[in-house]
Ligand binder design. Structure first.
Ligand code: GLA
Length: 393
């Protein structure tokens, strides 16, 4: 749906004229390396994409907030004085949670008509939900003329996901969608929120995202379980490291010396993944700065192996797609991206091999899984913004 079509859909939905409609946009994200490290206070290295969620918004004269979307049949209204999570309201809970948590930070809102359209595949691990959250937060704050602190908005969105929606996610997705920078990946230390945009000049190589189109089952409960296993590991490691808050504070040597404090083998494996993955992020950024893309690719693949064997968040479809990707000439590395259990892979592919990659991986993947994959050649875009050319008349 282009912006003209969106505007027409808006008017059809809410009536009135298009004067005073404003337009906001937030991207999705792909994580290049550093998976399941964020809620452990570790490093991540994600980038914002050039596809995302667009939001048209127009003030109303009453206090009602009316929401509709070009992606979902379901429409909704939000009463800010009595807003709570309602399972049947599906996607409406995302903007609702954002407004509830912005109110908790002291911001007030009037009534609005709002229309969304997004082109991030849902449930694919490319952060369609963080995109919806951030476009809402940024758009509503801008409409009200409230001061905008992007990091605050990211934290509000994370809190909403944790408390309003019940998923104990880390800060990576919301931070990337808020702070993304064109042609740069963000090296983010998740316990301090210190970050560095690193130019992702993948000379002659492309990031290719492969969507397994495997619906992610049980992701929320498995995700929350991984998180509590990490907390348990940190708790047991305190026997040797009394001040330890989060696993991400330990380096490889410290972990090596104290891992015997962790009683259960599964919990120890989870912790080992986190400690080693953290180290891989720093090494991969170093490799990138030296323009050593083969090393960057090797680290990506090592990350996948660890997510499969130690953290156990891949699934057959993700593993098949990565294995097939690594068979293609011109591929430097490949891994799952996001929470796992389905969703997408990301591969570093020589530019002139991209077509062959899509053909070859697509065919082999379908033969082995019976599912049809989708591929997107990724470009790295900016974080959430207002689209200035979209004051629609
Ligand atoms: C999801 C969460 C993130 C992060 C990743 C795994 O995308 O929302 O906070 O934990 O999984 O790295």
């Amino acid at each position: 749906m282009n912006r003209q079509a969106m505007k027409e859909a808006f008017i059809q939905q809410f009536g009135g004229s298009s004067e005073s409609i404003r337009c906001f946009y937030a991207p999705g994200r792909v994580n290049l390396i550093g998976e399941h490290t964020d809620y452990n206070g570790g490093y991540v290295f994600p980038a914002a994409l050039t596809f995302g969620t667009t939001m048209l918004i127009r003030p109303r004269s009453d206090r009602e907030i009316r929401l509709a979307s070009g992606n979902f049949e379901l429409q909704g209204t939000i009463d800010l004085d009595r807003a709570e999570y309602v399972k049947e309201e599906e996607w409406i809970n995302y903007p609702k949670g954002i407004l509830v948590h912005l109110q908790k930070n002291g911001y007030t809102f009037g009534g609005y008509d709002v229309y969304y359209y997004g082109n991030i595949p849902n449930g694919a691990g490319l952060s369609s939900s963080a995109s919806l959250q951030l476009v809402t937060a940024f758009g509503f704050m801008s409409m009200e003329g409230h001061p905008i602190d992007r990091v605050e908005l990211a934290l509000v969105a994370q809190r909403s996901e944790n408390e309003f929606l019940g998923v104990k996610c880390g800060i990576m997705d919301q931070f990337t969608v808020a702070m993304g920078k064109r042609d740069h990946a963000l090296l983010l230390k998740c316990n301090t929120l210190d970050y560095e945009p690193v130019p992702f000049d993948s000379r002659g190589y492309k990031l290719v995202i492969g969507n397994t189109n495997k619906r992610r089952g049980l992701v929320d409960s498995e995700y929350n379980m991984r998180r509590s296993q990490c907390e348990q590991a940190a708790q047991e490691l305190r026997a040797k490291h009394p001040g330890l808050q989060l696993l991400g504070e330990l380096d490889l040597d410290q972990f090596e010396d104290s891992q015997s404090c962790i009683k259960e083998e599964t919990v120890r494996k989870r912790a080992q993944h986190v400690i080693e993955e953290n180290d891989r992020v720093l090494k991969s950024v170093e490799a990138l700065k030296k323009n050593d893309l083969p090393e960057f690719g090797r680290l990506m693949t090592a990350s996948h192996d660890s997510l499969r064997d130690l953290y156990e968040v891949t699934c057959r479809e993700l593993d098949v797609m990565v294995e097939e990707a690594l068979q293609v000439d011109g591929v430097l590395g490949s891994r799952m991206t996001g929470a796992g259990f389905g969703g997408c892979t990301v591969s570093l592919v020589r530019e002139d091999a991209v077509d062959a990659f899509i053909r070859q991986v697509g065919t082999a993947y379908q033969d082995k899984t019976g599912l049809q994959a989708d591929f997107y050649v990724a470009s790295i875009g900016d974080g959430v913004s207002e689209l200035a050319d979209c004051y629609i008349n």
